[in-house]
Design a protein around this ligand. Structure first.
Ligand code: GCO
Ligand code: MN
Ligand code: MN
Length: 391
C-alpha cells in the first residue's frame, strides 16, 4: 500500500545497474541470482518510484561488443529509460574487472595499460553523455597496491593527476556538460587504494588543472571502512563546494565491504547524514550503491531497493520533526544564545593588528567557561527517542 514513505521521482533516488543487478557472487561463493537484464532493472526501478539509473560502461555494453551491438544496446536502453520515466544522472567506467587492470588503470605501472584505461574512459564518457549523464564518477578500485616494493606512491599520484587532467581537457574539447566526481575508498579489492578518503581526494583535486570540474562522490561504507565519520566527510565536502554526488549504503566498521541497505546498521548516523543533506539544501541524486543480502532472490532485491528509499524518507521526516520539536529546539536555542553571547574580538571579524592587540588584552572568565556543561547527553537522548518512535 502506498503511504507517505512511498518514493516519488521528486525525491531523486537513483540506483546503479550493478546494485539491483548484483547476482550475489562473493570471493567464497558463486552467484545466487541470475544476471538481470538492464531493461528489466530499469522497468522495475521506474515502478518503484526511483528517479534515475546509473551504470558502468560494461554494465550495459559488454567489454567485447562490436560497434553495431553497442549502438543497438544503447538505443534499446535509452528507450527503456524514457518509457520508465527515468533519467541517467551519472555514469562511470569499469576499470577493475578485466585482468588487464590487475595492477591498476590510471595508476598502472605499465604505460600501455594507463593509455588503454584512458581510451576506455573516453569511450565510456561518450556513452554516459549520450545517455544524458552530467556527473561522471571515478572510483579507482584497482588504483592501489598489495606491495609498495615496485611502484612509488609518488609516481602513482602523478599518474592519477595526468589522467584526470587529460580527461578534463577531453570533456572541455568535446563541449560536454559534465562534472567529474572522485570516489575514495581505503581498500578492497586492492590491499590499499590511493586517495583512500574524502580528505585525500580533496587535497588531490586542488592540484588539478581544472579543479572546478572535479568534486567528490563520497560513499557511506568507504569512510566507515576507514573508521571515519561519514557525516564529517560529507560536511567537509559540502563546505568545499565539492559534494557532486553521493553513494548511500551501510557498513559495520572493521568488516568486509558490505554495501548493506541504507540505514540498516547505524540508523543514528544515517539520520544525521540525511539531516545534513536536507538542511544543507543538497539537490543532487540520492544514489544507492548497495546490494541485497546474498540470501535473497529477486523479490528480496526489490524489497531491498524499496527499503533503501523508504528509510531515507523516514529519516527525512524525522529530520523535519527534529527541526520542529519544541524540547529539542529549546535546548538548541539555549545553547546558541550562550554560544553567541560573546561580543569581544575574535577570528570571525578577520585579522587586523588592532583586533590582534584587542584579543591579546581581552579578559576571559576561565573558571565560568570551563564549568559550563553542553547538554549533549540530553540532546542525543532526545534524538534516540525520536528515532525509536516514542516522540
Ligand atoms: C565499490 C564501489 C563501486 C563504485 C562504482 C561506481 O565499493 O565497489 O563503491 O560500487 O561506486 O564503481 O563508481
Ligand atoms: Mn563501495
Ligand atoms: Mn560506490
Amino acid at each position: 500500500m502506498p503511504d507517505q514513505y512511498t518514493p516519488q521521482k521528486s525525491d531523486k533516488f537513483t540506483f546503479g545497474l550493478w546494485t539491483v543487478g548484483n547476482a550475489g557472487r562473493d570471493p567464497f561463493g558463486d552467484p545466487v541470482r541470475p544476471v538481470m537484464d538492464p531493461l528489466h532493472a530499469v522497468r522495475k526501478l521506474g515502478e518503484l518510484g526511483a528517479y534515475g539509473v546509473n551504470f558502468h560502461d560494461n554494465d550495459l555494453v559488454p567489454f567485447d561488443a562490436t560497434p553495431q551491438e553497442r549502438d543497438r544496446i544503447v538505443r534499446e536502453f535509452k528507450q527503456a529509460v524514457a518509457d520508465a520515466g527515468l533519467v541517467v544522472p551519472m555514469a562511470t567506467t569499469n576499470l577493475f574487472t578485466h585482468p588487464i587492470f590487475r595492477d591498476g588503470a590510471f595508476t598502472a605501472s605499465d604505460a600501455s595499460v594507463r593509455a588503454f584505461a584512458l581510451q576506455k574512459t573516453m569511450r565510456a564518457i561518450d556513452l554516459g553523455v549520450e545517455c544524458g549523464a552530467t556527473t561522471y564518477v571515478f572510483w579507482g578500485g584497482r588504483e592501489g597496491t598489495e606491495t609498495d616494493a615496485y611502484r612509488s606512491p609518488v609516481d602513482a599520484v602523478k599518474y592519477f593527476r595526468e589522467a584526470m587532467n587529460f580527461l578534463c581537457e577531453y570533456v572541455r574539447n568535446q563541449g560536454y556538460d559534465l562534472r567529474f566526481a572522485i570516489e575514495p575508498k581505503p581498500n578492497e579489492p586492492r590491499g590499499d587504494i590511493y586517495l583512500p578518503t574524502v580528505g585525500h581526494a580533496l587535497a588531490f583535486i586542488a592540484t588539478l588543472d581544472h579543479p572546478e570540474m572535479v568534486g567528490l562522490n563520497p560513499e557511506f561504507a568507504h569512510e566507515t571502512m576507514a573508521g571515519l565519520n561519514f557525516v564529517h566527510a560529507v560536511g567537509q565536502a559540502i563546505e568545499a563546494g565539492k559534494l557532486f554526488h553521493i553513494d548511500l549504503n551501510d557498513q559495520v566498521p572493521g568488516r568486509y565491504d558490505q554495501d548493506f541497505r541504507f540505514g540498516s546498521e547505524n540508523p543514528k548516523r544515517a539520520f544525521l547524514l540525511v539531516k545534513l543533506l536536507e538542511d544543507s539544501g543538497f539537490d543532487g541524486p540520492r544514489h544507492y550503491d548497495a546490494k541485497a543480502y546474498r540470501t535473497e532472490d529477486e523479490e528480496g532485491v526489490w524489497a531491498f531497493a524499496r527499503g533503501c528509499m523508504r528509510s531515507y524518507l523516514i529519516f527525512r521526516e524525522k529530520a523535519q520533526q527534529f527541526n520542529q520539536d519544541p524540547e529539542i529546539q529549546g535546548i538548541i536555542s539555549e545553547l546558541r544564545a550562550q554560544d553567541t553571547s560573546y561580543e569581544g574580538p575574535s577570528a570571525s571579524e578577520g585579522y587586523s593588528s588592532e583586533s590582534a592587540q584587542a584579543l591579546r588584552d581581552q579578559q576571559f572568565d576561565i573558571g565560568a567557561l570551563s564549568a559550563r556543561g553542553r547538554r549533549y547527553e540530553e540532546l542525543d537522548q532526545l534524538v534516540m527517542e525520536l528515532l525509536l518512535g516514542v516522540r
